[in-house]
Design a protein around this ligand. Sequence first.
Ligand code: GDP
Ligand code: MG
Length: 179
Amino acid sequence: MSSSEDEGGEEYLFKIVIIGDSAVGKSNLLSRFARNEFNPHSKATIGVEFQTQIMDIDGKEVKAQIWDTAGQERFRAVTSAYYRGAVGALVVYDITRQSTFESVTRWLDELKTHSDSSMARMLVGNKCDLESIREVSVEEGKNLAESEGLFFIETSALDSTNVKTAFEIVIREIYNNVS
Ligand code: GDP
Ligand code: MG
C-alpha cells in the first residue's frame, strides 16, 4: 500500500489477494470484475499475476491491484510473497461444496500468519446461481463471517451477481482505514 503526494494530489495503491480452495471461482471473480469476462472451462490461471482496477473514491484515484493464485492452492503452496503487502483479502468458497466452506478456517489461519489484523477481509460464497445444488446455507456463511469479524457476501461470477459490490466494499474499507 502506498500514498504519495505528486502534482496530481494523493494516489492510493492497494494490494488485495483472493484465496480459497481450488475451483471455487477465484479466477472468474477477478476476470468478471476486471474485464467482465467469464470462462466456463477455466483451467489453472496462466501468466497473469494480478489485475489493476482504478476506482474513484471521494474524488481520489484509488488503484486496486488484485492478485490471483495461479493455481498454487492445489498444492497448498501459496507463498508468503503472494500475501506480502496485502491490505485486503477475499476468502472464497463454493456454496455447492461444503468442503470448500470447511477450508475457510484454514485459509483464515494462513491469512493471519501473513498479515496484520487491520486487513480488510470479505468472506465470499460464490456460485449463488446454483441454488438447486446448494450445500452451504446463507445463514452458515453469515454466522462464520460474524464470528471471525469479516464482511460477507454471496456472488456469482457466472451471472455477475454482487461481484462488483464484493470488491468495492473491500476497496472502500481499505480506503477508510488509511484515509
Ligand atoms: P479457481 O480455481 O478458484 O480460480 O476457480 P475458477 O475461476 O477457475 O472456476 C472453477 C470452475 O467453476 C470453472 O469451471 C468456472 O467456470 C466455474 N465457476 C466459477 N464461478 C462460477 C459461478 O459463479 N457460477 C458457476 N455456475 N460456475 C462458476
Ligand atoms: Mg484460478
